[in-house]
Design a protein around this ligand. Structure first.
Ligand code: DGT
Ligand code: CA
Ligand code: CA
Ligand code: ZN
Length: 583
């Protein structure tokens, strides 16, 4: 065991002794010894081997013995026994802000609380407030701390990160001392789920920028603040880092902190092969690690860094070491899809099923947004919980859509609603028969309920849906809900092959909880010639904004405008909707 591992155990012993109510001198001896070890300049093993531990101030006989035991055997029965004598949940209780060993001991001794869930329940029952030394305020604070920890310790949807980051980025842009700024990390790479948000800024006065940043309204607490970096918790419990660098360093820091780690490793290797060193501070003409400005290869932008390593610029979304280097060494990248290329969404809901808005309201609002078309694909009758339509209601909806479109035409508007359905894939058939499907302009087929635990069975059902000549596309292929529900089992590659065979499109569901089919599979689908449809699956008009997120995810899947059906203008879309039916 090295000194850091030993120090950690001594610190823990100190805490455990405090929880046991040992006298403060004894507990402090352990904590102090841990600090001393951490600042040692020579290896602990040497001190032990030469029997010199006793010469260090503050390490008495008992401690010498324990440290020696840890260094030589890697074990300490005294520590194991101490740990076993207390409920393991107590250590976790200590991680809640404002709850120290004294409080944990009181809670354990007086109320028998052994874990964070125990503590939460006691707070809710109002039992903490009446304990000596606690009170209402402390109780509320503990409860808040528990909830806080639960949220920010976890991972977050991309959309939550963007929502939290946008106002702060706006604020940074406005600050007079900020030269350049942006987001980095997984958010910039458009990962579907993120750990934390990374901001980067360049400035001549980092401390001004940091002071300003931590005092923004979106910042609910400051976890750490130094000369060039701050870590904070944003509204919604998302952790964020801001790093402030010089403007010369900015492009290098941006590339480094955008990652991914895997991408960075390849970049660094390429630099080394060229006799250079790449790190967060720069690209240096050097054979070893350095940050000497005199050796820096000047790059004003990320583009210039890639060029210096003989690479085409790699869009941030592709920096996952998923084949981007081969492309960047060769021909470079085609122009990836931009969200403004999208002209509408082909899977959406209205008040006919479980949507929030009426057909009229949808038509008015979506047209104002500048879309060319919007398919209304309400649920089919088996989706009872989503108020699925029976054939009669669906025909009623088709007729109302015709009326609305007629009115639009009379007013000289080009925008159109498209009639459709999101038809349930049932065990051995689709929820509507082919006659009815043939009356609809857009048919999305989705597996909603009753999927099997058997991958082969699910795959078979979905492929059968793809084989139906009236099904244009498959909706949310795996049914996953990010951070909530695992995907059901399905052989996605086999489904893609079947879609290639039958001329069926696959949805990229742009709902930020879904992003399904996953970006990792799109390069394969593309190689098979399977087209993508980026759909909002809107249940409210505001969900039209998902198109932007969906485009980010499609970029991550290497897709271009030509790969995506809903970039087509209405007349061409109508033709495309006939392809499969006329085969
Ligand atoms: P996240 O926050 O878990 O969603 O993922 P990232 O990618 O945002 O990771 P984060 O926030 O830990 O760090 C931001 C970037 O900094 C990361 O994408 C690459 C770079 N980075 C961080 N640690 C390392 C490292 O140990 N080695 C290398 N090469 N790069 C690193
Ligand atoms: Ca991050
Ligand atoms: Ca980070
Ligand atoms: Zn739907």
């Amino acid at each position: 065991m090295d000194k850091d591992q030993v120090a950690d155990i001594l610190t823990e012993i100190g805490v455990l002794l405090e929880l046991k109510g040992e006298n403060p001198f004894k507990t402090r001896a352990y904590t102090n010894a841990a600090r001393t070890l951490e600042s040692l300049t020579e290896p602990l093993a040497t001190l032990v081997a030469e029997d010199r531990l006793g010469t260090i101030k503050g390490i008495g006989d008992a401690l010498q013995q324990k440290i020696t035991e840890l260094v030589t055997t890697g074990k300490l029965p005294y520590y194991e026994e101490l740990k076993a004598s207390l409920p393991p949940g107590l250590m976790e209780m200590l991680q809640i802000p404002g709850v120290g060993p004294k409080k944990v001991k009181a809670l354990y001794d007086q109320l028998g609380l052994k874990s964070v869930p125990d503590l939460e329940a006691a707070c809710r029952a109002g039992q903490i407030a009446s304990l000596a030394g606690f009170g209402e305020k402390t109780q509320a604070k503990i409860l808040e701390g528990i909830q806080f920890r639960r949220t920010y310790a976890s991972r977050h949807l991309l959309v939550a990160g963007i929502k939290a980051a946008d106002p702060l980025l706006e604020a940074l842009r406005e600050h007079p001392d900020v030269i350049r700024c942006g987001t980095a990390g997984s958010l910039r790479r458009s990962k579907e789920v993120i750990g934390d948000v990374d901001f980067l800024a360049s400035s001549k006065h980092p401390s001004h920028v940091l002071d300003y940043f931590v005092s923004q309204p979106g910042v609910i607490s400051v976890s750490a603040k130094g000369d060039t970096k701050a870590s904070v918790i944003l509204t919604g419990g998302i952790q964020a880092d801001l790093r402030v660098v010089s403007d010369v360093e900015y492009p290098f820091a941006l590339a480094y902190f955008t990652g991914s780690k895997e991408h960075n490793i390849v970049m660094r290797q390429r630099a080394i092969q060229r006799g250079l060193r790449l790190n967060e501070y720069g690209l240096f003409r050097s054979a070893e690690e350095t940050r000497d400005p005199a050796l820096r290869v000047e790059c004003r932008t990320e583009e210039e860094i890639y060029a210096a390593l003989d690479l085409a610029f790699i869009p941030p979304e592709l920096r996952e070491d998923h084949g981007e280097f081969a492309a960047a060494e060769g021909p470079g990248f085609p122009r990836l899809i931009e969200w403004s290329d999208l002209r509408g969404s082909l899977h959406n809901h209205s008040t006919y099923s479980d949507g929030h808005d009426s057909l009229e309201a949808i038509a008015t609002h979506i047209q104002e947004l500048g879309c060319d078309y919007w398919a209304v694909t309400d649920h089919s009758k088996s989706s009872v919980q989503a108020r699925g339509l029976d054939p009669a209601r669906l025909r009623e909806e088709i007729s109302q859509i015709k009326t609305i479109n007629q009115k639009l035409a009379d007013e000289g508007e080009d925008f159109r609603l498209l009639s459709g359905t999101e038809v349930d894939i049932l065990k051995d058939r689709l929820d509507f028969d082919d006659d009815l499907l043939s009356e609809l302009e857009v048919v999305v087929a989705s597996l909603h309920a009753g999927f099997s635990a058997d991958e082969a069975e699910n795959t078979k059902r979905i492929i059968r849906a793809a084989e139906n000549p009236f099904v244009h596309m498959l909706g949310h292929l795996t049914g996953r809900l990010l951070l909530e529900r695992e995907p059901y089992k399905v052989n996605q590659q086999a489904v893609i092959d079947a879609c290639a065979e039958t001329g069926t499109w696959i949805e990229l569901n742009a709902n930020p909880r879904r992003f399904d089919m996953d970006w990792r599979l799109w390069p394969y689908a593309k190689s098979k010639g399977v087209k993508c449809v980026i759909n909002c699956d809107a249940h409210r008009m505001e969900h039209a904004g998902y198109l932007r997120l969906g485009a980010g995810m499609a970029r991550k899947g290497w897709l271009t405008k030509a790969d995506i059906i809903n970039t087509l203008p209405l007349s061409q879309l109508r033709k495309a909707l006939q392809w499969k039916r006329s085969r």
